[in-house]
Design a protein around this ligand. Structure first.
Ligand code: GLU
Length: 311
């Protein structure tokens, strides 16, 4: 695979799938967009596998081969979060040393119940374990409850700027930094990885927009730069729900099984972006984020006709 010339001093964009299964057309479209945003601005492009959770054997290899088949390329080796556990631990220690963490013994159910209380914060952690006394903590530990570690957030919300959504303010609650099973939490790892891999442009599905203020806030607490963001519309099924495997022939392999070609799938993704371009590289010419559709792409895989080529 040839790598396009990029200025090493320029920042990077990235795509960061979780290897929990095959990528579907919505994931592939987001990956294509992340690549277009990065490459059209001379950035490097990083492929990172978020493999601390939900790993399905074989999924990573298929994801990588699907992305390459679409014509996407990336700089340097494929990165893995599982190689970086000591780095996440160090960040947690840094925050703990600054007095910015506390142990939380709540179960998921307790948090849901507290958050559902009439005056509880909307979906945010209600702070149940924030001010436990030393004795109360010891009692919970002795009862064998595994403790998660939470951020002691110093503010209720934080503002970010998004290329497609403009200024966006969202809640910053006492987010989990390390889960009860010891695994570092996504909201922590993503912040550290993006900063340390030189990622200064984060393009991803807009389901993650609400988590972004807390990630940006966490970056500032860790002394890391906040990237620029572009949260792109998701792909929905005809019932208006987020596209899923059960919706039919939605992976690249499914489409090829049905007689579509890779070129046809890329052309279909291009058409969904309002472009007549044929290949990923052709799409780069004239790529303009301002002209992207701002509404979800509604997809009926059964009536899907690929826009170009046969097998
Ligand atoms: N691995 C995460 C996901 O697939 C990455 C999200 C992100 O792009 O920050 O949801």
């Amino acid at each position: 695979m040839t790598t396009m010339p990029t200025d090493p001093a320029a920042g990077a964009g990235r795509y960061a799938p979780s290897p929990s299964g095959d990528l579907h057309l919505g994931n592939l479209r987001t990956a294509l967009l992340a690549w277009l945003f990065a490459r059209s601005t001379g950035r490097r492009f990083v492929l990172r596998i978020d493999d601390l959770d939900r790993v399905r054997p074989g999924a990573e290899a298929r994801q990588i081969s699907d992305l390459a088949a679409l014509g996407l390329d990336w700089d340097g080796p494929v990165l893995h979060q599982s190689d970086r556990l000591p780095r996440y631990d160090a960040a947690v220690e840094q925050l703990t040393a600054a007095g910015l963490t506390y142990e939380c013994f709540c179960t998921r159910r307790e948090i849901q119940q507290a958050a559902a209380a009439p005056h509880g914060p909307q979906g945010a952690y209600p702070g149940t374990c924030r001010d436990l006394t030393t004795a109360e903590r010891a009692e919970r530990r002795a009862a064998g409850r595994p403790a998660a570690l939470r951020l002691r957030a110093g503010r209720p919300d934080f503002e970010i700027t998004d290329r497609l959504h403009g200024t966006y303010r969202g809640p910053v609650d006492d987010l989990v930094l390390r889960r009860g099973d010891g695994i570092p939490a996504y909201n922590l790892t993503v912040v550290i990885d993006d900063a340390e891999h030189g990622v200064d442009q984060v393009v991803r599905g807009d389901d993650l927009l609400p988590s972004t203020p807390r990630q940006a806030y966490l970056a500032t607490l860790l002394g890391l730069p906040v990237p620029e963001y572009a949260h792109v519309p998701l792909v929905l099924n005809t019932a208006g729900q987020r596209l899923a495997k059960r919706d039919g022939a939605v992976t690249l392999a499914d489409r090829l099984d049905r007689g579509d070609s890779v070129q046809g799938v890329v052309a279909m993704l291009a058409a969904s972006l309002g472009s007549a371009g044929g290949t990923a590289r052709e799409l780069l010419t004239g790529f303009d984020p301002d002209r992207l559709p701002r509404t979800p792409w509604v997809l009926d895989p059964d009536s899907l006709v690929c826009a170009a080529g046969g097998p």
